[in-house]
Ligand binder design. Structure first.
Ligand SMILES: [Zn+2]
Ligand SMILES: [Zn+2]
Length: 368
């Protein structure tokens, strides 16, 4: 089958013919319909998430149709539509038992190692083993994923839209619903309005936030943020953006979401919240990079916290998000700025590196 392979960081990714083994017990073979291109793919392709991660088949948010299931799989059957999740909880580790499925220990370990839950790979090329990118590897015609990584969704939702659920949407919505618990009337600031940031804006609107201040350097992204419910726009390319946010929110927002992953934007978010407010860092800060805030301000009850994968449970959250989309409460089409095919992934990564556009959707099989 054809798949997008990262041979080594810094080199363009390319489409190659690779072999995919059948699913083993507790695994699912999915015919991929579409996949989203995410900034984490750039981080992986640029080698910013650690060594030893290649060769790898990239792609970690996608959707498709179940083609076969391994022994012990009962929650999906061939023909079911599924959204993929790169955090398939094992259900047994300490984190899973504590109800924190997104922190599942074996899922995290294997996701980093590029293996499935039994520690091995189903992907090969001329005898060489390839890694499953974040246990999903969906920039490919087919993929084998851990059972819990294939989440059944309603057939009515177009797969090209469902492709976005498993990373950008669940991450953005989870940050608002599971982490910050934004309430009606709250003020919210969103720093960074790319694929995930736009979902944070949409989720904050759905939660009833009274003001949603979108901050970005890209005028095109601010326009998209307004369309998704931002009430105020701050162009961070000039002036003091944090001061502008404080001005717009009577002294600071109740919640700020950092969706870039850089020390200066974390600081911006910190400076934009009021005493007692909270900053949620959603952005992926590269390995080895420190973040600093003025420590004296902890005296003002401000807090700074992280989140991974929306801090929820994909098996519960993805179907809920699919229902919201079907009910017209979550616009999945509106965040897609480009569509392409597997050959267009490198170009899509380039756009993300340059900060151009929002989501690119890779249509892997136009027939689905
Ligand atoms: Zn992602
Ligand atoms: Zn677990």
């Amino acid at each position: 089958m054809r798949a997008v392979v990262l041979r080594e960081p810094g080199r363009p990714v390319g489409v190659e013919e690779v072999e995919l083994d059948p699913p083993r017990a507790h695994e699912v073979l999915v015919h991929v319909a579409a996949a989203g291109v995410c900034h984490s793919d750039v981080r992986l392709a640029d080698g910013e998430l650690g060594e030893g991660r290649w060769p790898m088949v990239l792609g970690h948010e996608g959707a498709g149709v179940v083609e076969a299931v391994g022994d012990g799989v009962t929650h999906v059957a061939p023909g079911d539509h599924v959204a993929l999740s790169f955090v398939p909880p094992c259900g047994a580790c300490r984190s899973c038992r504590a109800g924190r499925a997104n922190l599942c220990e074996p899922a995290g370990r294997n996701g980093f190692a590029g293996t499935l839950m039994d520690g091995t790979s189903r992907l090969h090329s001329d005898g060489e083993t390839l890694q499953h990118g974040l246990m999903t590897a969906c920039f490919a015609e087919r993929t084998v994923v851990a059972a819990a990584g294939a989440v059944k969704i309603p057939r009515e939702l177009p797969l090209r839209q469902a492709a976005l659920l498993g990373c950008s949407v669940v991450t953005g919505f989870g940050a608002v619903r599971n982490v910050a618990t934004v309430a009606a009337g709250d003020s919210v600031c969103v720093v960074g309005c790319g694929g995930v940031g736009l979902q944070v804006v949409a989720a904050a609107r759905l939660a009833g936030a009274a003001s949603i201040v979108a901050v970005d350097r890209g005028a095109d992204k601010l326009v998209l943020a307004r369309e998704r419910g931002a009430t105020n726009l701050v162009d961070a390319s000039h002036g003091d953006a944090a001061a502008a946010v404080r001005e717009l929110t009577e002294g600071g927002a109740d919640h700020a979401f950092e969706v870039v992953g850089r020390p200066d934007t974390v600081r911006l978010a910190w400076d934009a919240v009021r005493p007692g407010g909270q900053v949620v860092v959603v952005g992926l800060v590269p390995r080895g990079v420190d973040v600093a805030v003025p420590g004296i301000e902890f005296l003002s009850d401000k807090s700074l916290r992280g989140t991974y994968y929306g801090s929820g449970d994909a098996g519960r959250d993805l179907p809920e998000l699919a229902e919201l989309a079907l009910a017209g409460k979550l616009d999945l089409e509106g965040v897609v700025s480009h569509t392409t095919d597997l050959d267009g992934v490198e170009e899509a990564l380039g756009r993300l590196r340059r900060g151009e556009g929002a989501r690119t959707v890779v249509v892997v099989d136009p027939a689905l």
